[in-house]
Structure formats: structure tokens, C-alpha cells
Design a protein around this ligand. Structure first.
Ligand SMILES: Cc1cc2nc3c(=O)[nH]c(=O)nc-3n(C[C@H](O)[C@H](O)[C@H](O)COP(=O)(O)OP(=O)(O)OC[C@H]3O[C@@H](n4cnc5c(N)ncnc54)[C@H](O)[C@@H]3O)c2cc1C
Length: 312
């Protein structure tokens, strides 16, 4: 069902598509095409939620009551690139994998290290998406967005608060991101992108329904002893950032299952879902894995996946 509020078309009882392919919907959902329409959406509901590509998101089975906005059209998917200087401006709803292919084609280097990460530009900025080869923050010049009072805000790179899989941008609805990319040889960049994608395909279950890594790789709060670290690997010392997947595996969680949700046997930090899975199954499994890693290894895991729950 659709209705128009303050010039914005609002869909009622809308599905929220995520990479998990499970979970509840939105009581209200809007697709603004301009910053002006987005500002009106913020006025209607200052606590609105933004849906990117849904690649790092789990929506609880009850869905959410706040207005959900999707920036998949108009200004929000526009991209401008200057191959001479490397300045690229992309709307927050632009598809990151497509942007990577396009910048590589134009001989602009920097984003190819994020090959294989499903995301919108806005979602990748909020999460500071990245991996073994680099992170989103590395080539950001500044970001633009609206604050919850509807005011336009620009944050220079030094004000973005980017850190490991996190940013200080959670208070904003991002509208666009400016990148400083490096002009280079398109053929060399294409080759690099291919290598990055091949590594990702080899190490992660990309075809399954998931949200990528469930937990952040923790920085150890103390030396970790008694863990069978492979020969040649350094010992695990306080302050080291260690693979959450390694810890989950060592705690014996691989193939652990709740209903239709299972810890992937390919990459233990992925939870994959099958037919019949609910968001409740995934949430319960996340809790079980976290408890077992804490009990067996004494390490506290923090979720990377964002969970939306009905607030009242
Ligand atoms: C198969 C697979 C592989 C993955 N591999 C990786 C990987 O290698 N590295 C990695 O870092 N991640 C990985 N992920 C997780 C995911 O790709 C990233 O976290 C990505 O940045 C999520 O972007 P999104 O647009 O889908 O955001 P969503 O999942 O839709 O949203 C994530 C958060 O960002 C917020 N948000 C989104 N857009 C905006 C906006 N415009 N303004 C304000 N807030 C916004 C949302 O409200 C939410 O809080 C993987 C996921 C999958 C499914």
C-alpha cells in the first residue's frame, strides 16, 4: 500500500531485502530521489533508518517501525569522475562493485582493493568496509550527509572517525562521498582487481546467504596461551588483532546450527542460512558462538553485522 506524506511516496508494510534473505520488513519505506526529498523524510521521522545494499544487515523477524529510506535512485546513484585528477564523487546509494569496475576502467586506482565486497557507497563508508588488501577509508577525501535536524553536513577525512570496520558517521544520513583516487594503468589495476576477487572467492562462501563476517576481528586484551597456533605464525600477544574466524574455529563452533542458521564450514566467521531460517535463529546462533568463544578462549567478540530490532 502506498501513500504520499509531505510529497514523499511512502510504502507501507514493505519488505527489507538483505543478503541473508530473511527477517522482517518496514512499517514504512521511502525512496527519495533528491536531497530535498530526503530532508523531508528526516522531518517526518528524525530517527529514520537507511538501508544500503543490506549486505551487513540482519532485520529481526518483527521488522522495524521507523521510516526506512533506500537511496537507490536519482541524485543518490550519480557518479562523476575526473580521470585527470582522480577526484570521484559518488552518491551514497551507488553500487560499490560497479563503481570499482568503472574506476578501474578509467585507470583510477584505490578502490580495487575492495573487490568482491557487496555494498552501496554509503554502507561501505559507515562500516569502513575492507579486508586483507585495504579499507574504504584509504581513499576518501570527504563525505556529505544530512544530520537528524535535516542540515547539510560535510566532514573532511580527518573528521570522519574511520577505524577498523567502523566510522564516526553513524549520526548522519550519508548522501555522497568524494574520493581521491590515483591515476594509473588500467591493465595493471584490472589484474590487481582480479587477484583480490580470486582471493575472496577462495576464502569465503560468497554464493551463500550471509552478511559476510558476523564478528569483528578482536584486538586481544591479554596474551593468549594454549591455542594451537600453526608453526611459523607469531604467538598471540596482547594488542594483536586476530581473526575471529580462527577463534570461532578453535572454540569448536564450525557447523554449529540453530534452526536454519549454520556456522559456515568454509569460513567460521560467516553464518549462512538455509530454507526455513529465521532472523531469530541467526540471533540465537550469534549468542551461542559468542558465549562459547568467551567460555573456551576467554575472548569477547563484538558483532560486525548490524541488527535492526523493533524499538517499541
Ligand atoms: C558475501 C559477503 C561478503 C562480504 N565481505 C566483506 C568484506 O570482505 N569486508 C567487509 O568489510 N564487509 C564485507 N561484507 C559486509 C558488507 O559487504 C559491508 O559491511 C558493506 O559495507 C555493507 O554495505 P551496505 O550498503 O550493504 O550496507 P547495509 O548492510 O545496508 O547497512 C549497514 C549499515 O550502514 C548503514 N547505512 C547504509 N547506507 C547508509 C547511508 N547512506 N547513510 C547512513 N547510514 C547508512 C545502515 O543503516 C546500517 O547501519 C560482506 C557481506 C557479504 C554478504
Amino acid at each position: 500500500m502506498m501513500s504520499t506524506v509531505a510529497d514523499i511516496l511512502i510504502e507501507r508494510a514493505a519488505a527489507i531485502p538483505t543478503w541473508f534473505r530473511i527477517g522482517g520488513g518496514a512499517d514504512r519505506l521511502a525512496r527519495p530521489e533528491t536531497v530535498e526529498q530526503l530532508r523531508r523524510a528526516v522531518e517526518i521521522d528524525p530517527s529514520l533508518r537507511v538501508l544500503g545494499d543490506g549486505a551487513n544487515l540482519l532485520v529481526d523477524d518483527d521488522g522495524v517501525g521507523e521510516l526506512v529510506v533506500v537511496l537507490d535512485r536519482g541524485e543518490f546513484v550519480r557518479v562523476e569522475a575526473d580521470p585527470g585528477t582522480g577526484r570521484v564523487v559518488a552518491g551514497a546509494g551507488a553500487d560499490l562493485p560497479k563503481l570499482i569496475v568503472e574506476t578501474v576502467r578509467q585507470g583510477l586506482g584505490g578502490l580495487e582493493v575492495l573487490g568482491g565486497i557487496p555494498a552501496t557507497v554509503g554502507g561501505a563508508a559507515i562500516m569502513n568496509a575492507g579486508g586483507a588488501f585495504g579499507q574504504f577509508a584509504d581513499c576518501v577525501r570527504c563525505v556529505h550527509g544530512l544530520d537528524r535536524a535535516g542540515r547539510e553536513v560535510t566532514r573532511e577525512r580527518r573528521e570522519t572517525g574511520f577505524s577498523y570496520r567502523s566510522s564516526g558517521l553513524q549520526d548522519l544520513v550519508l548522501t555522497r562521498v568524494e574520493f581521491a583516487l590515483t591515476p594509473g594503468d588500467p591493465a595493471a589495476l584490472r589484474l590487481r582487481l582480479k587477484e583480490v576477487m580470486e582471493y575472496k572467492k577462495r576464502t569465503q562462501p560468497l554464493a551463500a546467504n550471509s552478511a559476510g563476517c558476523v564478528f569483528k576481528n578482536p584486538a586481544l586484551e591479554r596474551d593468549l596461551e594454549g591455542i594451537d597456533v600453526r608453526p611459523g605464525q607469531p604467538e598471540l600477544r596482547k594488542g594483536d588483532r586476530i581473526s575471529a574466524g580462527f577463534l570461532i574455529d578453535r572454540a569448536g563452533c564450525k557447523a554449529m546450527t540453530v534452526g536454519g542458521a549454520t556456522v559456515s564450514d568454509r569460513h567460521a566467521n560467516f553464518i549462512v542460512t538455509q530454507r526455513g531460517a529465521t532472523a531469530g535463529h541467526v540471533i540465537e546462533l550469534i549468542g551461542k558462538v559468542r558465549d562459547r568463544v568467551r567460555d573456551r578462549l576467554g575472548v569477547a567478540l563484538e558483532t560486525e553485522v548490524v541488527i535492526w530490532r523493533r524499538s517499541s
